[in-house]
Design a protein around this ligand. Sequence first.
Ligand code: FES
Length: 123
Amino acid sequence: MYSEKLMEHFRNPKNMGKIENADAVGKVGNPVCGDEVYIYIKVNDNRIEDIKFETCGCAAAIGTSSITTELAKGKTLDEALELTNKEVVDALDGLPPIKLHCSELAVDALKAAVKEYLDKRKS
Ligand code: FES
């Protein structure tokens, strides 16, 4: 059902945990299944210098959270905002169609974190 790549990220997630002094946190939940993803970011010179996630959810939500943090690390804020769900799913060699919605949580949480950071800077 799941690709080997997804199982690898599920078993050994990258960047899992919390950044205590994060510059911003994005939180997204799926009201249907109740799963939640938090993405913490540290920003330096407009780039995501550090990123971690905490995910309470299914294997697909955890695997996509892990790969999303890997894809986002080192990107500029604009590049992070352009990251698509498809790029995340492709990086995991695909997901079963019934699990595609799970992959949206991490990307949405990343974008929520970047937007929170940009909003804080404006005020
Ligand atoms: Fe809830 Fe996968 S079943 S995110």
